[in-house]
Every structure is written in structure tokens, then in C-alpha cells.
Design a protein around this ligand. Structure first.
Ligand SMILES: Nc1nc2c(c(=O)[nH]1)N[C@@H](CNc1ccc(C(=O)N[C@@H](CCC(=O)N[C@@H](CCC(=O)N[C@@H](CCC(=O)O)C(=O)O)C(=O)O)C(=O)O)cc1)CN2
Ligand code: MET
Ligand SMILES: [Zn+2]
Length: 762
């Protein structure tokens, strides 16, 4: 096999990528400052350059000998790739300043609709979906990657630029207009990637990493053949760095053999997700560098070093050379345990955030080369911590297990849906086309400051409760003024719709500073699910009953569903996630029962993450949907048929889960539809769904205020698909990220539109 880079220095320890928000969310603050005109472009650049430098220094100091660069981003790495390929949509082309054009594509402006946002594989990270039309002409603009390489070389770093590969870029893009599926444009991209290789060689780059996580999925057909042909062509380029193709989030299956038959020098494989047998079966790998992802890049458990070293040992005979790595970018885990002062000391020993993972990678790499004896201390400490975890009595709660064992089909089934809705209508007395919102109202600076003040003890619990009640009273009054039919309390007391519940459940730990990017500048602190789950006390009852005491209109009880709590937490690796989901479902079920007991007539159980956990391979999907639906039904079947259950889903490509949405059997389902023009309603009908539905009538992710006319038109087209008795009127999602002025204007128009359409019915 002849390649220009057989002599490329093979590395031994790396990570596929790193977080970029900054250890204290410096990048988030700088970017939001730039949007608010408090920070200049130069100021932003300084913050970014400093974050990159600190990150590379940390990786080098930890002992990694190949450092990923170009993993930094002001917003999203798919968007960065679209910029690199000159594939931004024409509607932003008139914006001259490149940074402002970039942010316009990401967030929209008063009159520009942003790119759609969707989940990155089965994670809670969202990428911006590139739009490819038949008019899209790709050209190469490698400024960003070259600038990061130059910065890295300036600091003497062994930089390995990371770029999303052409297959994954196109597989995740969407066709607009009458354009064909983006993946059919692959032959237009390969020459640009070849040109990129040439430019990187000019810049003195030794290794480049092309990320191809699409290869572990079935998103488009024929991926193995495509992988073989694309990388045969790219590895045939005469002047180029060595190529590492990175697969992660699953077993690459047949794509691995296809890649191994090309002249690429390295392939990264996610061994946390299995794949050892796949590797062992491929003789061509004996000429490659296999970058072994044995340290979990997306969960927070301390690596079992003995087990990881054994896996590496198994691979030794199959790979030409082995480097140790995290399984994927550490984008998905917090920066460092060092920031967690309040963490339970036992638990701390069981965990590894990004910093600690880099240490594990280096330890394993040395142990692989020098023998375990060279790392005795690290292995001993690991064994001791894991032994402690194995015997911690908080892991098992027999009361919860006994309760679950006794659950029967009757416990996950409500009465006949048609009879339920008749009884609920009698009880609630709502008008046709009832208007409502999804739960949250703007999380204002005052609300967040109050919570920060409570944390720092600048105010006491009573003062905090008083302030939150004032917020609730304001939001209730606002909704009455706007004329909504079903009110909410506004969720001011929730730092996050998952963390809030996790903080009140046994079996979970929350972090102080465990921030992870969710999209753009928005971050979350996923709680750590470590043991059996149970509810200590009611979690929402006081807030909802307070809100209900202020109004005669119905106030919805507002809960997060078991699948979503699970999806947005770091989950246990010592039992099937389906079991954890059932345990959480029981806790939520207890809460619904308590809400009902206090007279609450409508309870919403949000499941926005239902689609996200869908397995990447077709073969695994049905089993997931079965347990996910059962968990939701377990959570919502403990109450009377006269209590109306709502659910809410967002950000979803509902296609493959539409049957599951129907199977949830909620009385009313609010669903994202504004951007897809109500098409989802036909799909729901086709799936046999006959319950109430609230297709979102405007997109809350954009600052744009919809006018009443456009909402009327959407409602009319919705009425073509569903009976008037089934249709609800609501936005796409919660309003927490918007400001009050936009919310008032949008909801006022929404209520006006509902009234107009209602009047036209009689
Ligand atoms: N977990 C989760 N995943 C989700 C969603 C979600 O709601 N939750 N929604 C979808 C979209 N994702 C989203 C993710 C985050 C946010 C979001 O608004 N995040 C906030 C943080 C929310 C939070 O945890 N707030 C805390 C801490 C707020 C904070 O930063 N406080 C300051 C101090 C307060 C101040 O002076 O402003 C600090 O700690 O420094 C609170 O309110 O208590 C942000 O990035 O700004 C929105 C949508 C999908 N995935
Ligand atoms: C991401 S789905 C959000 C649902 C939640 N009830 C809210 O309104 O914020
Ligand atoms: Zn939502």
C-alpha cells in the first residue's frame, strides 16, 4: 500500500475533540455579549483564542501527543462546515460581515428565518441543518481551520485539525426546493475535500481527522460503499496529511471494512459501544492506526482501567498500531471534577469528567506500551473506587424494585380515549380551539439572579419563594389579560426542566458547574443518575396550587416525563436504561396522583426527548420505542379518566416515532409543526391517532413575531387534517428563552387568530 504519509508519525494518545464553551462558560458570555453589543468582534476573538490555547495546553500537559484543533466553534461545528463549503442559504448572503452572517444563519434576525436545528445523533447537542438546493454551488473556504492550525503551530502544538467529513455533512443536511437528496451531491464535495488536504499539507499538518459518525447509522442507504469510494478517492490524493476517519456513537459495521480497504492511515472506532469483534474480523486493519475509543466521551463514569486495557490487548493483534482515545469528542461532558466542591466524596471517586478522561487516556496509553506496572498507582486507585461504587447501598432500593415487579398491564392503561375526552370536556368546559402555552415563560435576569442569590445565601428560602410566587402571579395575570384558555404557572422556579426534578429525586446528583453545550450559547447541567430512583416528597404541587388559587381558568400541572429525564441525564451504566426509565416513571406517577388529589384537572408530562433516544440502527428501534412508551404510560396511568393528560414533543423528525406518539395515548399532544406546515398532522392521522393535538403555530426559537393572519392560515390548514374538537392552539415549545415583549406580542396574535377562526366556525 503506497501512500504519501506512511512515514507520518503515529501518535499514541488523543481525544476526538473537546468542549468549547469554556470551563466557566466564557465563550457563552462573550458571544451573548457580542449579540448585545457589549463585546466587539476583536474582543470575542481574544476570548476564543485564549480558550483554545488553554485547552491545548491542558491536553498536552495531560500527556496526549496529538491534539485536536478546529473543534472550537462560536455556535456549531456543522454550521462551521457549511461556511467552509460556502453552503449557507442565499437568504443570508446579503449580510456583509461574515460573523454577523454566521449568526444570522444560526439564530435568524427580525426578517431572516434561521437554519433548522436538530439533535446531533442520539445526544442532547443540537446542530444546524445545512440547506442544500439544486442551486447550491460548493466552494472551499478553509479560513477557519487554517487559522486554528496556525494558532496551534504558533504555540508548538502537534495539531490534528478536525473537520466533519463529506458523507456525514451531506447525510445530515436537508434538501430544499426541488433539490435531490443532498447525499447525491457527494461528487461535488470530494474535490473540495481533496483541495483542503492540499491546503493542510501546505500548512504543515501531519494528520487530519474527518468525522464520519453517520457511518454508525442507517440514515441513508449504501453507506459502506460510499465510505469505501469517497475515502479511496481522498486517500489517493498525492499531497496530503495522513487521514484519520473518525467513527463514533456506535459500531461502524460494514463501513469499517470498506474504510480499511482504502489508503487512509487511521480509523477511530468507538469501543464503548462495542465493535471489538468488527475490528478483529478485518485483516486490512493490520496496516492502519486504530484509534481506540475505550474512554467513554459522552458519559461521566470513571473508566474501568483493567477492562479498557484488556480491550486494548485484544485489539493489539488486529491493528497495525493502536492509539488510545476518548470514544467521541468530550463536547458532551463537563470540563472538570475540580469545580465540584459539593459533590459527595464517594461519588466523586466513581466519576471522570473531561479533564479526568484525558488523564485516563494517557494512563492507558502508557500502560499499553510500558506495561500495567508503569501505572500501578492509577490502576489501584481505579480498582478501589470501583469497588466502593459496587457496594454503595444507595444503588439499590428494594421498595422501588418490588413496586416495579408488581406492575401489570392494567397499571399502564387508561380508560377508552373517546370516553375520557367526553368526561374531561364536561369537567373543563373549554371553548373550541382552546389556546394554551407549553409551560415556561421567560426566565428573566431577575429570576436567575434570585436563584443565584439563594445559592450564595444572599437571600433565604422564604425570600426566594416569595419572589417566585410574585413571578407566578405576574405570569397568571398576563395570561388572563392576553385571554388564554388554559394557563400555566410559567416554571420560574425551575433552573431546568430536568435538573429541577433530579434535584428532588433520590438516585440523582446534580452538579454545580457541570455545564454542557446544548445549542449555540445555551447550556445545561445534566444530572447524574447513579442509583435507584424514588421521590422524597411532592415536587411541584405547591407551585401549581398557588397558581390555580389566582385564577378561575384551569392551570396545567407541569411535569417532565421519564424518557426525557433519562435522556438529559448521565445515566447509570450498571443496569439497562429501560429499568431506570421505569423507576423515574414511578416517581412521576406519584406526582401526578398528588396533583390530581389537589384538584388539578390537566397535567402535562413533557417528552421532548422521545425521538432523541431512538437507536441509530434500524434493528434496535422497536425495542426502544416499546419501553419508552411503556414508561410514559406508567407515569400517566395512575390518575382518573376525568383528569386530562397532555404531552409535548419538540425538535423532532417525527417520522419514525409517529406510531409511538400515538401509543403514548395522551389526551392532548402539542407538537412542533410551524416549520413543517402542519404536515405532521397527516402523519399522525395515518398512525391512527385520534386524540387532541396542538400543532405549534409559531416557532419560539426565533425572535420573529408571527402576525395573526399567518396563524389563521396555519389553523385553517390544520382543520383540513383534524376535526375541530381535536384541535388545540399553542406555540411550538416553551417560552423561557424569549423576552416578555416578544411573548406578549406573539401570544396576543395567537389568541386573536384562534378567536377569528372560532368565529368562522359557527
Ligand atoms: N436539559 C435540557 N435539555 C434540553 C432543553 C431543556 O430545556 N433542558 N431544551 C431543548 C433545548 N435546549 C436548551 C438548553 C438550555 C437552555 C437554557 O436556557 N439554558 C440556560 C441555563 C439554564 C439554567 O440552568 N439556569 C440556571 C443557572 C443560570 C445561570 O447561568 N446563572 C448565573 C447567575 C445568574 C445571573 O446573574 O444571571 C450563573 O450561574 O453564573 C438557573 O436558572 O438557576 C443557559 O444556557 O443560559 C434552553 C434550551 C433541548 N434540550
Ligand atoms: C424542550 S420542551 C419544553 C417544555 C417545557 N414545559 C417548557 O415549556 O419549557
Ligand atoms: Zn419543547
Amino acid at each position: 500500500m503506497s501512500s504519501p504519509n506512511q512515514s507520518a508519525r503515529r501518535f499514541t494518545a488523543t481525544t476526538l475533540g473537546t468542549a468549547r464553551i469554556g470551563p466557566h462558560r466564557e465563550c457563552k458570555r462573550a458571544v451573548e455579549g457580542y449579540w448585545a453589543d457589549r463585546v466587539t468582534a476583536a474582543g470575542l476573538d481574544t476570548v476564543a483564542a485564549d480558550l483554545r490555547r488553554r485547552s491545548w495546553e491542558e491536553l498536552t500537559a495531560a500527556g496526549l501527543d496529538s491534539i485536536p484543533v478546529n473543534t472550537f466553534s462560536y455556535y456549531d461545528h456543522m454550521l462551521d462546515t457549511a461556511v467552509m463549503l460556502d453552503a449557507l442559504p442565499p437568504r443570508v448572503a446579503a449580510i456583509e460581515d461574515p460573523l454577523d452572517r454566521y449568526f444570522a444563519a444560526a439564530r435568524g434576525t427580525a426578517d431572516i428565518v434561521p437554519l433548522e436545528m436538530t439533535k446531533w445523533f442520539d445526544t442532547n447537542y443540537h446542530y444546524l441543518v445545512p440547506e442544500i438546493s439544486s442551486e447550491t454551488t460548493f466552494t472551499l473556504h478553509p479560513d477557519k481551520v487554517l487559522a486554528e492550525v496556525a494558532q496551534a503551530h504558533g504555540t508548538g502544538i502537534a495539531a490534528r485539525p478536525v473537520v466533519i467529513g463529506p458523507i456525514t455533512f451531506l447525510a445530515l443536511a436537508k434538501a430544499v426546493g426541488d433539490g435531490p437528496a443532498p447525499i447525491t451531491r457527494i461528487d461535488d464535495l470530494v474535490p473540495l475535500y481533496a483541495e483542503l488536504l492540499d491546503r493542510l499539507a501546505d500548512a504543515g499538518v501531519e494528520w487530519v481527522q474527518f468525522d464520519e459518525p453517520a457511518l454508525v447509522t442507517d440514515v441513508v442507504g449504501g453507506l459502506p460503499d460510499l465510505a469505501g469510494s469517497v475515502y479511496a478517492r481522498l486517500s489517493g490524493v498525492t499531497r496530503r496529511p495522513a487521514i484519520l476517519v473518525a467513527t463514533y456513537f456506535g459500531d461502524p459495521g460494514d463501513s469499517l471494512a470498506a474504510l480499511a480497504r482504502t489508503a487512509v492511515e487511521g480509523i477511530a472506532v468507538d469501543f464503548v459501544e462495542g465493535a471489538v469483534e468488527t475490528v478483529v474480523a478485518i485483516p486490512e486493519l493490520s496496516e492502519k492506526l486504530v484509534v481506540a475509543g475505550v474512554v467513554d466521551g459522552r458519559n461521566i463514569w470513571r473508566t474501568d482501567l483493567d477492562r479498557a486495557l484488556a480491550t486494548l490487548g485484544t485489539l493489539l493483534g488486529s491493528a497495525g498500531d493502536l492509539a488510545v482515545s476518548t470514544s467521541c469528542s468530550t463536547l458532551h461532558v463537563p470540563y472538570s471534577l475540580a469545580e465540584e466542591d459539593l459533590l459527595d466524596p464517594n461519588l466523586r471517586g466513581w466519576l471522570a469528567f473531561a479533564s479526568e478522561k484525558f488523564g485516563e487516556v494517557a494512563t492507558l496509553s502508557r500502560a499499553l506500551r510500558l506495561g500495567r506496572e508503569a501505572e500501578t498507582e492509577a490502576f489501584d486507585a481505579c480498582r478501589a473506587a470501583l469497588a466502593m461504587r459496587g457496594t454503595d447501598n444507595r444503588l439499590r432500593d428494594n421498595a422501588v424494585r418490588d413496586r416495579l415487579a408488581a406492575i401489570s398491564d392494567a397499571d399502564v392503561t387508561r380508560g377508552d380515549a373517546a370516553i375520557r375526552i367526553t368526561e374531561q370536556n364536561l369537567r373543563l368546559g373549554l371553548p373550541a380551539l382552546p389556546t394554551t402555552t407549553i409551560g415556561s415563560y421567560p426566565q428573566t435576569a431577575a429570576i436567575r439572579k434570585a436563584r443565584a442569590a439563594l445559592r450564595s445565601r444572599a437571600i433565604d428560602r422564604d425570600e426566594y419563594l416569595r419572589r417566585m410566587r410574585t413571578e407566578i402571579a405576574d405570569v397568571v395575570a398576563l395570561q388572563e389579560k392576553i385571554g388564554l384558555d388554559v394557563l400555566v404557572h410559567g416554571e420560574p422556579e425551575r433552573n431546568d426542566m430536568v435538573q429541577y426534578f433530579a434535584e428532588q429525586l433520590d438516585g440523582f446528583f446534580a452538579t454545580d458547574n457541570g455545564w454542557v453545550q446544548s445549542y449555540g450559547t445555551r447550556c445545561v447541567r445534566p444530572p447524574i443518575l447513579f442509583g435507584d430512583v424514588s421521590r422524597r416528597a411532592p415536587m411541584t404541587v405547591d407551585w401549581i396550587t398557588y397558581a390555580q388559587s389566582l385564577t378561575d381558568k384551569p392551570v396545567k400541572g407541569m411535569l417532565t416525563g421519564p424518557v426525557t429525564i433519562l435522556a438529559w441525564s448521565f445515566v447509570r451504566d450498571d443496569q439497562p436504561v429501560s429499568e431506570s426509565a421505569s423507576q423515574i416513571a414511578l416517581a412521576i406517577r406519584d406526582e401526578t396522583v398528588d396533583l390530581e388529589r389537589t384538584g388539578v384537572g390537566i397535567i402535562q408530562v413533557d417528552e421532548p426527548a422521545l425521538r432523541e433516544l431512538l437507536p441509530l440502527r434500524d434493528a434496535d428501534k422497536q425495542a426502544y420505542l416499546d419501553w419508552a412508551v411503556r414508561a410514559f404510560r406508567l407515569a400517566t396511568s395512575g390518575i382518573a379518566d376525568t383528569t386530562q393528560v397532555h404531552t409535548h414533543l419538540c425538535y423532532s423528525e417525527f417520522g419514525e416515532v409517529i406510531g409511538a406518539i400515538a401509543a403514548l395515548d395522551a389526551d392532548v399532544t402539542s407538537i412542533e409543526a410551524a416549520r413543517s406546515h402542519m404536515e405532521v398532522l397527516d402523519d399522525l392521522n395515518a398512525a391512527g391517532f385520534a386524540n387532541g393535538v396542538g400543532p405549534g403555530v409559531y416557532d419560539i426559537h426565533s425572535p420573529r413575531v408571527p402576525d395573526a393572519g399567518e396563524i389563521e392560515r396555519l389553523l385553517s390548514s390544520a382543520l383540513d387534517a383534524v376535526d375541530v374538537q381535536r384541535l388545540w392552539v399553542n406555540p411550538d415549545c416553551g417560552l423561557k428563552t424569549r423576552d416578555t415583549e416578544e411573548v406578549v406580542a406573539s401570544l396576543t396574535n395567537m389568541v386573536a387568530a384562534a378567536r377569528t377562526v372560532r368565529a368562522s366556525l359557527s
